[in-house]
Design a binder for this molecule. Structure first.
Ligand code: CP
Ligand code: NVA
Length: 308
């Protein structure tokens, strides 16, 4: 069975802890790891059915820093865009490359890729989840504040892919989740149930300021996700903008996170995203380190990064 990285919920707490600890070690020893070229001779295919800056560059650079190589397939420049099935694409690519990273629309496309590929498949965002982002986010939270066990994050905006992966991570890292989203934008029940069944408290709080109280971390995302543009959405989301009032309502040492790209002036004000509590560029950097650890988990199980 290939070592797919599909969703946080497919891993237990110890496995995630090991991937994150390796990510931190790989970050600390980046020159030594690069000199080892542990993925020399390995090829990663990167499929993009949606745009990307961070994911595209961090996987590409990360793979090269590990000694491997990459190739990029966009829907428009491959037969995926002309209707070749995901199953056939998976079987063909598996004959050429050592791993497949895919950013796509419906989650079922990811699952179909994983079912038919005979090499590891990595989820680089679907309509439903974004697990690589959340590993980088937990890594960033820990770097700034230590253990996140018993802490609370408050989510603002749309209750979709990024929030879903946070909900899967919550019980595995031991944090609780407040959710401040407009009606009609609640997360899917199964992700809330996943967090609760693992022991995390999850509260849906429609009052934006109330949802920040006691929060150690405030997180938001674009109000309109890729491929989900809908008329009138912005008015619906306006009460859930993360601004200085929201940050004041949270704990004094609360951090602010955003997966980026941001629509400044919509889901977050300049004062917050550029302010002292914001760690958005650390999050972006940690995509690189977290994904290098994921690539090693998938392609070189048992690898131990140098400890420095
Ligand atoms: N956060 C994130 O996944 O960014 P990109 O869409 O630029 O890859
Ligand atoms: N929720 C956003 C995340 C972008 C990284 C989207 O799906 O567009």
């Amino acid at each position: 069975m290939p070592r797919h990285f599909l969703d946080i919920a497919r891993f237990d707490a110890d496995e995630l802890r090991a991937i994150l600890d390796d990510a931190k070690a790989i970050k600390a020893a980046r020159e030594a790891v690069a000199a080892e070229k542990p993925l020399a001779g390995k090829m990663l295919a990167m499929i993009f059915d949606k745009p990307s800056t961070r994911t595209r560059v961090s996987f590409d650079v990360g793979m090269r820093q590990l000694g491997g190589e990459t190739l990029i397939l966009d829907s428009s420049g491959s037969q995926i865009g002309t209707g070749e099935t995901i199953a056939d694409t998976a079987r063909v690519l598996s004959r050429y490359v050592d791993a497949i990273m895919i950013r796509t629309t419906e989650h079922d496309r990811l699952l179909e890729m994983a079912e038919y590929a005979t090499v590891p498949v990595i989820n680089a965002l679907t309509d439903d989840t974004h697990p690589c982002q959340i590993l980088a986010d937990v890594m960033t939270w820990e770097e700034h504040r230590g253990s996140v066990k018993g802490k609370t994050m408050s989510w603002y905006g749309d209750g979709n892919n990024v929030l879903h992966s946070f909900l899967e991570a919550a019980p595995r890292f031991g944090f609780d989740v407040n959710i401040a989203v407009p009606e009609g934008h609640d997360p899917q029940d199964r992700y809330v149930a996943e967090a609760q069944s693992g022991g995390s408290a999850v509260q849906l709080i429609r009052d934006a300021a109330a949802a920040a109280q006691g929060a150690d971390l405030i997180v938001t995302d674009k109000w309109v996700s890729m491929g989900q543009e809908k008329a009138g959405g912005h008015n619906t989301f306006a009460p859930y903008q993360v601004n200085e009032q929201i940050m004041k309502a949270a704990k004094d040492d609360a951090l602010f996170m955003h997966c980026l790209p941001a629509k400044r002036g919509e889901e977050v004000t300049d004062a917050v995203i550029d302010g002292p509590q914001s760690v958005v560029f650390d999050e972006a950097e940690n995509r690189l380190h977290a994904q290098k650890s994921i690539l090693m988990w998938s392609l070189a199980p048992g690898y131990k990064p140098p400890q420095i």
